[in-house]
Design a protein around this ligand. Structure first.
Ligand code: COA
Length: 470
């Protein structure tokens, strides 16, 4: 019986003492020719050392954290013919102690062990793909295939998860988004087993621990139970009503925003007694004026004008996170969206350049956009480019609510129904018209103190719009 033969590190482009970051096989495991045995990772590149021939791994000579240079022994592999005659039960083999690595000597082994080993180079930095080298052929070994170069860049997402190239390729083959997988290996590295576990969980209807879903599958990256399937007709008469196109689109956006943005809602009250009196007075004047009935000055228009001042004073509210989530993009323009209820569902038309428009013009434009929305005539341009949104339910009712941030915006103001309330002025209670404000914000960008300041300032502005001139 031929003894197991050594699989050694081939020419790896002159690197010495390269750390082993992953051992991809275990004792007793059958390996195919060219199957990766270990992953080495230098500063410049990540390389996989493949099996020089098919067989059974009889001994793994290295462990994660060891270092290897060219010629270092990775494993002892019994070539397939011998292995077939003398299979080693993996369980027994697992018990064999792992030898310490023959690491870093860089010396060539004796000729009789000669194996042809070609590293699979997966460039962590594409300028440095290690070259394959050719050692001697083992007795009975077949000609090795040309080196397999895996294009890691092609499978690396923008934000690179900590995983070896082999695992990245494996994940891609299975359609797994590695950003959704939690690594259990040292330092949080994602192993092949983590990906397998993730897929198993996803197929079972849930998601892997700490993970999410297979790309394109359900779960949306969350650890969610499957949606309950209930035959409601068992309990009484039912009728099916398909969601409208707008409901489907806005629903998907709302679900994503709700799930991905850490929301906090800050509540405050604005004393709009004076502002409402002014609004009523101005509308009365308009009624009497030459352009009688031309525009109805709405509370929403004043709120949008106040938003301009608040956004200018607190610019981090007029911002968006970029796709990487690591850079804040501050906007120098002020386009404000407002939620509009339509028969077909919720839409958010945008009034552009509110900083350059008066309340009257804003009222005119919101009214025109709301009409267009109800008629289902809004185009994409009417709904894009918003910096901040306002959702006013004041005409309907309610005392407060928690609006969902309209990504990629970072905050949205919910406005509820104003009501007369007794307000203590330091000496006595006075009846005041109080408008409830509910500011939901993305806590990744805005901290609680900033949100409280912003909302308090907003309330002050509505309490006295002269502040907007300051
Ligand atoms: N408190 C008390 N009353 C209010 C109010 C408030 N905050 N805001 C408006 N009103 C009153 C107005 O005074 C008006 O009363 P009137 O008819 O006696 O004059 C009435 O409500 C309607 O107000 P109007 O100004 O015409 O409209 P609006 O500005 O309230 O709303 C839209 C315009 C487009 C925002 C509204 O039609 C809409 O679609 N709202 C729903 C938004 C929504 O669905 N948000 C939820 C998103 S999740």
């Amino acid at each position: 019986m031929a003894s197991p033969q050594e699989a050694r590190v081939p020419d790896i482009g002159g690197f010495d003492d390269v750390p082993v970051i992953e051992v991809l096989v275990s004792v007793g495991e059958s390996v195919a020719k060219d199957q990766s045995l270990i992953t080495l990772e230098s500063d410049k590149a990540t390389m996989e050392v493949p099996a020089p021939f098919a067989g059974v791994v009889r001994e793994v000579k290295v462990k994660v954290g060891d270092t290897l240079s060219e010629g270092g022994v990775v494993a002892l592999i019994e070539p397939a013919e011998e292995a077939a005659a003398q299979p080693t039960p993996p369980a027994a083999a697992e018990e064999a102690p792992r030898a310490q690595p023959d690491a870093g000597t860089g010396e060539r082994p004796a000729a009789e062990t000669g194996t042809r080993v070609e590293p699979v180079a997966v460039a962590a930095k594409p300028d440095n793909i290690a070259q394959a080298s050719i050692d001697r052929e083992p007795a009975g070994a077949t000609q090795a295939a040309p080196p397999r170069v895996l294009d890691a860049d092609a499978v690396m997402p923008d934000k690179v998860p900590y995983a070896s190239p082999a695992v990245r390729v494996f994940a891609r083959e299975l359609g797994v988004d590695l950003l959704q997988v939690t690594g259990s290996a040292r330092g949080g590295r994602i192993s092949r087993e983590d990906v397998q576990q993730f897929v198993k969980s996803a197929l079972a209807g849930g998601a892997a621990a700490g993970g999410g879903a297979v790309a394109g599958g359900g779960g949306g990256g969350l650890n969610l139970l499957p949606w309950p399937k209930v035959d409601f007709s068992k309990f009484g008469e039912v009728e099916e009503q398909p969601l409208t196109r707008i409901q489907k689109i806005s629903g998907a956006n709302l679900a994503r925003n709700w799930a991905m943005i850490p929301h906090v809602t800050q509540h405050d009250d604005a004393d709009i007694t004076g502002l409402e009196a002014l609004r009523v007075e101005l509308n009365r004047e308009n009624e009497r004026g030459a352009d009688k009935g031309a525009v109805k000055l709405t509370m929403l228009a004043f709120i949008m004008k106040a938003a301009v001042s608040a956004l200018q004073k607190y610019p981090q509210f007029n911002a968006s996170l970029d796709a990487s989530g690591e850079t804040l993009i501050l906007k120098k323009y002020v386009h404000i969206g407002f939620a509009a209820d339509t028969p077909n569902g919720l839409v958010v038309p945008v009034v552009r350049d509110c900083d350059r428009k008066g309340v009257m013009q804003i009222a005119q434009e919101t009214s025109a956009l709301a009409k267009k929305a109800r008629e289902g005539k809004l185009g994409p341009a009417d709904m894009s480019g918003g910096c901040f949104s306002i959702s006013s339910l004041g005409g309907i009712g309610g005392t407060s609510f928690t609006p969902i941030v309209n990504a990629p915006e970072v905050a949205i103001l919910g406005v509820s129904k104003s009501a007369m309330k007794p307000v203590w002025n330091g000496e006595k209670f006075k009846p005041r018209l109080v408008l409830p404000l509910s500011l939901s914000y993305d806590h990744r960008v805005i901290d609680g103190a900033a949100a409280a300041r912003f909302t308090a300032y907003f309330a002050q502005l509505l309490g006295d719009m002269r502040r907007a001139m300051l």
